[in-house]
Design a protein around this ligand. Structure first.
Ligand code: ZN
Length: 623
């Protein structure tokens, strides 16, 4: 029983507006720049399989995954826009992959060129993680071009993995040290219809935390929580360990629950989702608060300046939340997709589309931490400026593939209802049974909250519009008449009585100050400003460098304003600056002579685009 189906991104043309701009930048600048950086660092060259000791650019164990995610991104772009340069690069790479695949289907650069004797011997060598990304790329390329030689090659590799791991159980470990292949195998199953790939995905899930071999293979990562191997997955109810690994695992669990109806997996996913989003997630949708192990720590332990919150972790939360939405239409899942998308994910990319954050802190204090990332008192701090490539460069091609396929988050549907989850300007065209449905959204969202929707070809069906969890006031008109129905689980449903239905949704986007759960001690006495789905921050560039001197007025008096170079309006809000004392003792009686000041809030995702600067999301508040 599949109650709810995904609308593929390829059905969605984002032809203007916020996401259109990001997609244009992605295909014109970002994908090309990532290619250049990967070319310079030898990642693509490694696919020629000709590296020898003494040559530069020794292949790394995760190079396959970097290249594969770049390929997956390129395939998504190609599916929507012909691009001879991208296609040529793809054909070249696919040619190299096919040429260097081994007889038995195995494919891995590092373990063919550098350590062939150690193939499938090391749980932490990322082989199956790389395989998963290659499989995802192959599925994407097949969908984009209809050419199947990459897909056929990856089916052979998946068959090799099934033989070695499931049938022969030859390797000294049962499950990969970095999840990813599980969700990729579900994609391969959906693309080919071959049940054996779904079986293999489920097998890997069933082995995790259940197979005696794995603890012995922990190596330097002795805590089995790091890889979510501390319990069988059906008994995992709190998010543990490395956050990206966790997000990919939970996504695969939700996928298999969706495909098989497995109730235990579903229950575990619901608990994991609640644990993350109610206790272990930043206001930005970032997760994984600790650099140590790039991991979850404890409930409500969400420090701001040291927030690790890897860009890939925000992406994995988006993947997981969207899969939960397929299992159960509930606005809180789409709310989390939106929160992560506009904040902790988008902050990973610079406004010019060229550079990336791996970590996305919620506070930068240049004075305290210095301008480098050297260890201070045992703490390594996030870098204050984005860079074009990292040694461990998982995030950049993960950003490009998500932006290229962001239309996928727009809507889902069943036989009776079209559920509209995200508001993005563009047109979706697809088939429900024998009805050709067109859904058009005209909006500047999230610059403002006005959304005009036109639905054609859905006569007799319902359109269910998500009223975001952040929204306290809205109006909805259907054919000019107010719709009175209250939202149910976050959605207002409207009957489509005609061949063409026009809806006008107005979401109140007034800025609000939010406080955190008192158990999040890092945010005590502070407030964060949010406008619509977008979290804002204050940056030194607008406050003479000194954001830590600021207080915001808790009786928020705010106005919005367009600022050149900012993709969304900035918010000016009343507040004060605390005067700095005369030289001498830094402590003094609490003073009242605060200097009134208008604070400038910019979208959090746009921070660190105007040079190095202090930054704060949670600003001390005074009434
Ligand atoms: Zn990453």
């Amino acid at each position: 029983m599949k109650p709810n189906r995904n609308l593929p991104f390829s059905a969605v043309e984002l032809d203007n507006g916020f996401w259109h701009d990001r997609q244009e930048l992605n295909r014109n600048v970002t994908i090309r720049n990532v290619w250049k950086r990967f070319e310079e660092t030898g990642r693509f060259a490694s696919f020629r399989f000709d590296w020898k000791e003494g040559m530069p650019h020794k292949p790394h164990i995760f190079y396959d995954s970097d290249v594969a995610k770049w390929m997956e991104s390129a395939a998504y772009i190609l599916q929507m826009h012909p691009d001879p340069w991208l296609e040529e690069r793809m054909e070249e790479l696919v040619g190299l992959i096919v040429a260097h695949q081994q007889e038995d289907g195995y494919f891995n650069v590092y373990f063919t060129v550098v350590e062939p004797e150690n193939r499938f011997r090391q749980r932490f060598a990322h082989e199956l993680y790389c395989a998963g990304h290659l499989i995802e790329a192959a599925v994407a390329y097949q969908n984009a071009t209809g050419r199947d030689r990459f897909l056929r090659a990856m089916c052979r590799y998946a068959d090799c993995i099934a033989r070695v791991f499931m049938e022969e159980q030859a390797p000294p470990f049962a499950t990969p040290g970095h999840e990813e292949i599980e969700l990729a195998l579900v994609k391969l199953y959906r693309c080919t219809g071959e049940e054996r790939y779904l079986r293999l995905a489920r097998w890997f899930l069933d082995q995790r935390g259940n197979n005696d071999k794995d603890p012995a293979c922990m190596g330097e990562w002795e805590n089995p929580r790091y890889t979510q191997s501390h319990l069988p997955v059906r008994r995992q109810f709190t998010a543990e360990g490395h956050a990206v690994r966790a997000g990919y695992l939970y996504s695969a669990m939700a996928d298999v629950a969706y495909e098989t109806g497995d109730p235990e997996l579903r229950t575990a996913c619901q608990s994991l989702f609640e644990n993350i989003t109610e206790r272990r997630m930043y206001i930005t949708g970032g997760m994984g608060s600790s650099r140590t192990g790039e991991a979850f720590t404890k409930d409500f332990d969400l420090p701001n300046a040291t927030a690790y919150t890897e860009t890939c972790a925000a992406i994995s939360l988006i993947l997981f939340a969207q899969r939960m939405l397929l299992l159960d239409i509930d606005g809180r899942y789409a709310d989390v997709v939106e929160r992560a998308l506009y904040n902790g994910f988008l902050s990973g990319l610079s406004l010019d589309g060229r550079s990336f954050f791996y970590e996305n802190p919620l506070e930068i204090d240049l004075d305290r931490y210095g301008r480098d990332t050297s260890i201070k008192g045992g703490e390594v701090l996030p870098i204050p400026q984005r860079v074009e490539v990292f040694e461990c460069s998982c995030c950049p091609p993960n950003v490009t593939r998500l932006i290229a396929s962001v239309g996928e988050y727009l809507a889902t549907y069943d036989d009776h209802t079209v559920f509209i989850h995200q508001y993005m300007s563009g047109t979706a065209r697809w088939q429900i049974g024998n009805q050709a449905v067109t859904l058009r959204q005209e909006t500047r969202y999230p610059a403002d909250g006005h959304i005009r929707l036109t639905i054609e070809g859905a006569r007799g069906m319902k359109a269910a519009l998500r009223i975001p969890g952040w929204c306290r006031r809205y109006t909805l008109l259907c054919g000019g008449q107010p719709v009175q129905a209250a939202p149910e689980k976050g959605y207002v449903a409207v009957n489509c009585l005609g061949d063409m239905v026009t809806l006008e949704l107005e979401l109140d986007m007034s800025p609000v100050l939010l406080e955190a759960d008192p158990r999040i001690h890092a945010d005590a006495g502070r407030a964060a400003l949010q406008r619509g789905p977008v979290v804002y921050c204050v940056e030194g560039a607008d406050h003479e460098g000194a954001v830590h001197d600021l207080l915001v007025d808790g009786w928020l008096k705010a106005r919005t304003e367009e600022l050149p170079g900012m993709p969304l309006p900035v918010v000016r809000a009343a507040g004060w600056r605390r005067p700095r004392p005369e030289p001498g003792c830094p402590y003094r009686p609490l003073r009242e002579n605060l200097q009134p000041l208008e604070l400038t809030y910019i979208p959090y995702f746009a921070f660190a685009n105007r040079g190095e600067s202090d930054m704060l999301v949670w600003v001390p508040v005074r009434r």
